[in-house]
Write a protein that binds this ligand. Structure first.
Ligand SMILES: *Cc1c(COP(=O)(O)O)cnc(C)c1O
Length: 383
């Protein structure tokens, strides 16, 4: 079955008890057992819940994965994956990794003796092998990355990592499985913040991991119940509802983002635009080869930090907020907001960077909003 059909039906058969077409929210903590050890497949809701199971089956299907494991948040999924690593072992990450992942690795795990190397996206393509040795157990990729929209060739990185026996994790939050399927390109696991495009409506927090490796999946299910970063049934249900419209939403996100990127690229008030769909983007060809389309995120440089900070407060439809991937357009200043925890690091985002999560409103309205905010930039301040 095609992606759009699986998004609506995989794991989501009508409820066997009532025929309800929509998977019920099984709001329960425990399950009555017929006799000791005799149950219907569920015994305690941290270990398993039918709403969560439906989500896990559906999302795994979208990533072309045999196994899916849902978590309470993207970082809940990330910290669970970090429990595959032991102190003394090394993880190589793309340098402009999500700010919250960097905060976790640098301030939680590094003090415990875990080792991390942050490799710039530009080095991934030709020089990744020079950062890898037998101590490296995991390579962590984001592509497109946040907030610089750098592109990594997943298959090439996976080949280099596998040559030293390291597993490859791809954070697929920005692309979603509609645009990119990392397991098919050689990744061992895919991680998501379902808070973003998969939920799609800015109304829940969640995370997810998919894999085709049976042993890895078994370990992740064990860690899911043992570490306990599980989503509640209502949160699982919101993501399950969100993914039913993922394909149509992503098409509109991509179309609107392309319009916004082209508009900004030609605007005299904008210094530089980062969007993998622009032919001048250094990762354009790789993105074209490994993605179906280029996504809904656009970043750009203003002339100065002051101008960037002022601009993000001036738009009317683009709301000033962290997060991304919802139907509504958002604007933010990474250096002081989402990526403040990378301040001082060599890969901290530039102070004049602005990041957009382009929503699915009318593209005309979005362009008019940006135009008005950019024009006022050149208006002299009133006395
Ligand atoms: C938001 C985000 C995360 C963290 O997810 P939460 O659900 O906020 O915990 C991880 N990676 C990327 C790329 C994100 O955008």
């Amino acid at each position: 079955m095609d992606f759009e059909t699986r998004a609506i039906h995989a794991g989501q058969e009508p409820d066997p008890a009532t025929g309800a077409i929509i998977t019920p929210i099984y709001q329960t903590s425990t399950y009555v057992q017929e006799a000791v050890g005799v149950n219907k497949g569920y015994d305690y809701a941290r270990v398993g819940n039918p709403t969560r199971t439906a989500l896990q089956v559906a999302l795994a299907s979208l990533e072309n994965a045999a196994h899916g494991v849902a978590f309470s948040s993207g970082l809940g999924a990330t910290t669970t994956l970090m429990h595959l690593i032991n102190p003394g072992e090394r993880v190589v990450l793309i340098a402009d990794v999500y700010g919250g992942v960097y905060r976790m690795t640098s301030q939680v795990y590094e003090p415990k003796g875990y080792k991390f190397t942050y490799v710039p996206a530009s080095e991934f393509h030709d020089n990744l092998a020079s950062y890898l040795d037998d101590d490296v157990k995991m390579v962590w990729i984001e592509t497109p990355s946040n907030p610089m929209l750098n592109i990594v060739d997943i298959r090439r990185a996976a080949d280099a990592a596998h040559a030293v026996g390291a597993m490859v994790v791809v954070d697929n939050t920005f692309a979603t499985p509609y645009l990119q399927q990392p397991l098919d390109l050689g990744a061992d696991a895919v991680v998501h913040s379902t808070t973003k495009y998969l939920g799609g409506h800015s109304d829940t927090i969640g995370g997810f991991v998919a894999t085709n490796d049976d042993a890895l999946a078994e370990r992740l299910y064990f860690l899911q119940k043992s570490l306990g970063a599980v989503p509640g049934p209502f949160d699982a249900w919101l993501v399950l509802r969100g993914i039913k419209t993922l394909a149509v939403r992503m098409r509109q996100h991509c179309e609107n983002a392309r319009r916004v990127a082209e508009f900004l690229d030609g605007h005299p008030g904008v210094e530089r635009v980062f969007y993998p769909g622009l032919p001048n983007h250094p990762g354009h060809d790789i993105a074209r080869a490994q993605m179906r389309d280029f996504g809904g995120m656009v970043s750009f440089l203003m002339d100065s930090e002051q101008e960037a900070v002022e601009l993000v407060a001036r738009t009317q439809i683009f709301q000033l907020a962290e997060s991304l991937g919802g139907v509504e357009s958002l604007i933010e200043h990474p250096a002081r907001m989402t990526h403040a925890s990378t301040a001082g690091a060599p890969f901290a985002p530039p102070g004049n960077l602005v990041r957009l999560s382009v929503g699915i409103e009318s593209a005309e309205d979005l362009l008019a909003d940006l135009e008005a905010a950019l024009v006022r930039r050149s208006t002299p301040a009133r006395a």
